[in-house]
Every structure is written in structure tokens, then in C-alpha cells.
Design a protein around this ligand. Structure first.
Ligand code: PGA
Length: 237
């Protein structure tokens, strides 16, 4: 079974990088490869038949919200996933409550969600409590049958962009914990991916983890050669 590979391209890609990127990944295109470019580039990705995720979404469908993109717009354009709860959005004041509003709106529009959860370094000794709070808040009032449309991305905040990753055992323990908490909300299988400094070097270790559904990759996914290496290693498993 292939793993989900979610490429979070953040604000790294410049216009002159796009055509090579789209060309390079052609033969690896499949429904578990989700590319999340800057929103302005999304139509180029859709035209080439890639599965696209948007990096952020608003929680209203239509209205006077300058600069925002709605889940209804995303869905009608052909976008299939949305990243919600990424730590870098918290710089713009995003709270647990906003995340719940976004999750609700995205699911109402039949978008799939990549829901980021994770603890800061200070919270590390207490991470179960933090993750439980984040999951409980994000899933508040979400219909049980919709939870299968969420990919839970365990991303320790201290591992994002730092080159430091937790021990495999630590991630496996957290996957198990997240599964247990999510099963309070739904008895469907829960898909959990890992994110935070995944690259073409550590992927062969990370892919050995039990019960991991895939990976959320930031800076390493910007270079198509590195991303292809990651895809190839995960395919071998
Ligand atoms: P990174 O980013 O792979 O550059 O650490 C991951 C993420 O922020 O989703």
C-alpha cells in the first residue's frame, strides 16, 4: 500500500520553478501524492492532473473577506485537500477555535483535511495533554461519519524546519495515542501521517514505522529530485 505523500510547498516556489516541477513528478502522480503549492499556482497543478491541497482556507463559503479563499471556491475549482492547523498559521493568530471552524466548513464542502497537531518544545513533556486538547477542539461537533476524511498529521512544532526529528519509538507511541483519542469520536480507521524535517535521507528510517499512513514534507519537497527519492523509498515498503 502506497503512503500518502503531502508536499507542503509553503511560500518557497517561484514562478520559474513550476514547469520543471510539474514535469518531473508526472510519472509519480497518484491519488496519494498531494501537492500543496501557493494558491496562485494551483490551476497549473490541476491542469496537469495532480491532486492538490490548499495551504489554508477560510470558514465562510462566500462574502466580503478580502484576501481569503473559501472551501466552496476550493471545492468547485477541483482542489481535494486542505491543510488546517499548521503551526505557521498560528503566526497569524489562528486559535483552536478557528481550526474547528475551518474543519467544520471544509468537511461541509466535502474537502479532505490534513489536520496538523503537535507540541512545542516546552510542551514536550506534556504532549499527550496538548494533543488531546487539539484533537478534542478540532473535532468538536464534527459528524462522526466525516472523520474518515481527515488525515491527522503529527508534527511536533520543534521538528518543523529544524532538521531534528523525534525517535521512531516516540513517534510510534504518539501515533498510538492519537488513534486512541480519535477513536473517542469515530470507530472508522484513523489515518495518521508524520511531518517535521522529513527528507530524502531520514525517510528510509521513518518509513519503517508501524501504522504510519504517510508523510507531510515541507522544504525537502520543494526540490523535485528530493521528493522523488522520498516517494521511491516509501513505495518500496
Ligand atoms: P519541514 O516542514 O519538512 O520543512 O520541516 C514540514 C511542515 O511544516 O509541514
Amino acid at each position: 500500500m502506497n503512503k500518502y505523500i503531502i508536499a507542503n510547498l509553503k511560500m518557497y516556489q517561484m514562478p520559474d520553478m513550476i514547469s520543471n516541477y510539474l514535469e518531473s513528478l508526472k510519472e509519480f502522480n497518484n491519488e496519494k501524492l498531494i501537492l500543496c503549492p501557493s494558491s496562485v499556482y494551483i490551476p497549473y497543478y490541476l491542469e496537469k492532473g495532480y491532486h492538490v491541497g490548499i495551504q489554508n482556507i477560510y470558514f465562510k463559503d462566500v462574502g466580503p473577506y478580502t484576501g481569503e479563499i473559501s472551501p466552496l471556491q476550493a471545492k468547485q475549482l477541483g482542489i481535494s485537500y486542505v491543510i488546517i492547523g499548521h503551526n505557521e498559521r498560528k503566526l497569524f493568530g489562528e486559535t483552536d477555535h478557528h481550526i474547528n471552524q475551518k474543519v467544520t466548513a471544509a468537511l461541509e464542502n466535502d474537502l479532505n483535511i490534513i489536520l496538523c497537531i503537535g507540541e512545542t518544545l516546552d510542551e514536550r513533556s506534556n504532549k499527550e495533554t496538548i494533543l488531546k486538547r487539539q484533537i478534542h477542539s478540532a473535532l468538536k461537533n464534527i459528524p462522526q461519519e466525516k472523520i474518515k476524511n481527515i488525515l491527522f498529521a503529527y508534527e511536533p512544532i520543534w521538528a518543523i524546519g529544524t532538521g531534528i526529528i523525534p525517535d521512531i519509538e516516540e513517534i510510534e507511541t504518539m501515533i498510538h495515542y492519537i488513534q486512541t483519542v480519535c477513536h473517542e469520536f469515530s470507530s472508522d480507521p484513523i489515518k495518521i501521517i508524520y511531518g517535521g524535517s522529513v527528507d530524502e535521507k531520514n525517510i528510509s528510517t521513518l518509513v519503517q514505522m508501524k501504522n504510519i499512513a504517510g508523510f507531510l514534507i515541507g522544504s525537502a519537497a520543494v526540490n523535485p529530485d528530493k521528493l522523488i527519492k522520498i516517494i521511491e523509498v516509501t513505495r518500496e515498503k
